[in-house]
Unconditional design. Structure first.
Length: 632
């Protein structure tokens, strides 16, 4: 087998695994949609019901949009999975027709264009226009909107793999390079100094600048990966006119985009941000397009085209066609001019990996592609933007959250391995590990460093011994096996442990009483309560809301899953592990990368609540328990 056929065979294997994942996810989605009721969909964050349908309008991209307002919500307004680009389906709840929770999907599908609080804007396809008046007229108590299966992302990934397998030229070269032990090429020049970066951060930036083909910035928790990446992008732009920056999620794209804007770079963000504020919106393509001086003229022409289309068919003679052609030609001319200016001025084009397939980028090539949070991205998704690039820089941490793979057979076959891991394994010389962390007390850091990072991490002097209380125990494990009936409860979707919820909040309350109410309020000491299970998260949230004790502190307390805390940090982290059974079954707590994320969110204190007898049968949790006991 030669060096060209081996990569193509591996990509074919990836495609087969991706097909398995697609079929499993589609089957599970269809089954779930039929089996569970609307209330469960709402509770899971996969549906809004009931909704009020607002106005319909054309956005700056000339898409017909419809406003949807959630009419019932609680304090967890943002605990849902609706975000820009996700496909949605309107539905009607059919009362009095057999199963009262049957969902009729005869209404249009669309794509989320914008979400802010209880308001969502859905962009509709052209063929849905005729259904809009009927949708607006429906009784609000019947109408809802739910996520639908995301065919588009899979289609883009399949196309990317097919194109990469066929590729010649630069894409073919990168394919063969990434899949073999062939040495990546580099430039040779002395190190540049950056006084505001530490030694390993400076080394990482220099390695990025020297790379002709590929470089990896491996950033463990709190090591300033984003700071390093922003500097690498800034320095690259002193040598190149424009770069493409991508990440798996909208949130990750938002984060790196905001930091690049703060560094003074002109960023053009394709798609709408997940956190809506004026600063974030100001560098989106849609907002910039609307703000262009030629836009009012374009809007007027588009309006004239729509009115002309609405004219009765008998009035559509030659003059009508000539006028329509003139208007369309003028609109196209203006669009091209506006886009040429927007893309010509931008130094950074930012999008999700799937978003990089946007037709606006057709024909564009970039000297460098930066992929942030690359360890969370499926390999197939990374190949979508790579076709536009001469070289690739990946940043992330494969010891934190992995890509989500739902098909066990595909996961076992290797679909969970990322492109970043593949390249790191084949070419360890292109990886720079950031070693100094600026987030957590060294007691918290040491366990993570020993287990995940070959004991290479060091704590910055300013955080290494920082604690909330004098002589505080930085990490404690509270054994929930000692409370009666602390057994897990199961449903089809998730797991919970009611008694552990009570113990978790009592433990936090006791620690708050030690710190003192006034100090918490004055110093804004913040807390993250984490559970790997969504059902437990929901129970914890409910109890925090009901608690009189926590009422003054609610704005300082966040409750979420491990995934929800990725990239965040808090003074105090409380982790409820839920699992409690005689068999020692711990389910997906076996994915130790999630525990690495949970523990390393903490700056000064970690409180773990879990059944010691169930969990310590696993070597990781046994070592963790022993480590915490040794700190006493």
């Amino acid at each position: 087998m030669n060096q060209t056929t081996a990569p193509i065979l591996e990509l074919q294997r990836q495609r087969t695994l991706l097909q398995m994942e697609y079929e499993e996810e589609k089957r599970a989605f269809d089954q779930q949609s039929e089996a569970i009721g609307i209330e469960r969909l709402v509770a899971r964050g996969d549906a809004w019901w009931p909704v009020r349908v607002g106005r319909s309008f054309y956005n700056s991209l000339n898409q017909l949009c419809i406003e949807v307002f959630r009419t019932q919500s609680d304090e967890d307004d943002d605990d849902h999975h609706f975000e820009f680009g996700r496909p949605v389906q309107f539905f009607v709840r059919e009362e009095g027709k057999g199963n009262p929770e049957k969902i009729a999907s005869s209404l249009p599908k669309g794509t989320v264009s914008f979400v802010d609080g209880d308001r969502m804007v859905v962009a509709l396809p052209d063929d849905a226009q005729s259904l809009t008046p009927g949708l607006a007229a429906l009784n609000a108590s019947q109408v809802g909107v739910q996520l639908s299966f995301d065919e588009t992302s899979y289609r883009m990934m399949f196309e990317a793999l097919d194109r990469t397998m066929r590729a010649k030229g630069r894409l073919g070269y990168l394919r063969d390079l990434f899949y073999t032990k062939q040495k990546a090429e580099t430039f040779s020049f002395p190190d540049m100094g950056f006084s505001y970066l530490n030694a390993t951060q400076q080394h990482a930036v220099n390695e990025v600048l020297r790379a002709k083909d590929v470089a990896i910035v491996h950033g463990p928790p709190g090591t300033g990966k984003t700071t390093t990446l922003v500097e690498a992008i800034y320095e690259t732009l002193r040598r190149e006119s424009q770069v493409l920056v991508c990440a798996q999620s909208n949130m990750a794209v938002d984060w790196i985009s905001e930091k690049l804007v703060d560094r003074g770079l002109n960023v053009l963000r394709l798609g709408n941000p997940s956190r809506v504020d004026d600063k974030m919106l100001s560098f989106t393509y849609e907002r910039r397009f609307e703000a262009h001086p030629d836009y009012p003229q374009l809007w007027a022409i588009r309006k004239a085209i729509r009115e002309l289309r609405g004219a009765k068919s008998k009035g559509r003679g030659e003059a009508w066609h000539q006028k329509m052609d003139r208007l369309k030609s003028r609109a196209t001319e203006l669009e091209i001019r506006i886009n040429a200016e927007l893309f010509g001025e931008a130094r950074v084009i930012a999008s999700t990996l799937v978003g990089s397939a946007n037709r606006l980028l057709d024909g564009m090539k970039f000297g460098t592609l930066f992929i942030d949070e690359a360890a969370q991205a499926m390999e197939a998704a990374c190949w979508i933007p790579i076709r536009r690039a001469q070289r690739v820089i990946l940043a992330g941490d494969h010891c934190q959250l992995p890509p989500t793979v739902k098909c066990y057979e595909a996961l076992k076959g290797g679909l969970g391995q990322t492109l970043m891991e593949r390249i790191a394994n084949n070419k360890p010389e292109v990886v720079t590990l950031l070693r100094m962390q600026y987030r957590m007390h060294e007691d918290i850091m040491h366990f993570s460093s020993n287990w995940f990072y070959h004991n290479l991490m060091v704590a910055a002097p300013e955080v290494g011994h920082r604690s909330i209380l004098d002589h505080d125990l930085t990490m404690v494990w509270i054994d929930s096996s000692e409370i009666p009936d602390s057994s897990e409860n199961s449903n089809n979707a998730s797991k919970s442990n009611t008694n552990e919820v009570r113990l978790t909040l009592l433990s936090l309350q006791a620690y708050f009483e030690l710190i003192g109410r006034q100090r918490i309020l004055d110093e804004h000491i913040d807390v993250g309560i984490i559970s790997p299970y969504r059902a437990q998260v929901q129970l914890l949230r409910q109890q925090v809301r009901k608690s009189e004790f926590f009422k003054p502190f609610r704005r300082f307390i966040s409750v979420n899953t491990v995934d929800g805390f990725q990239g965040q940090e808090r003074d105090i982290i409380v982790i409820s592990l839920v699992r409690s059974n005689e068999e020692g079954q711990i389910g997906f707590l076996r994915d130790l990368r999630r525990m690495n994320v949970a523990i390393t969110r903490a700056r000064m204190k970690v409180i773990i609540v879990g059944d010691r007898h169930t969990l310590t049968r696993h070597p990781f949790y046994r070592r963790l328990y022993q480590y915490i006991e040794a700190l006493r």
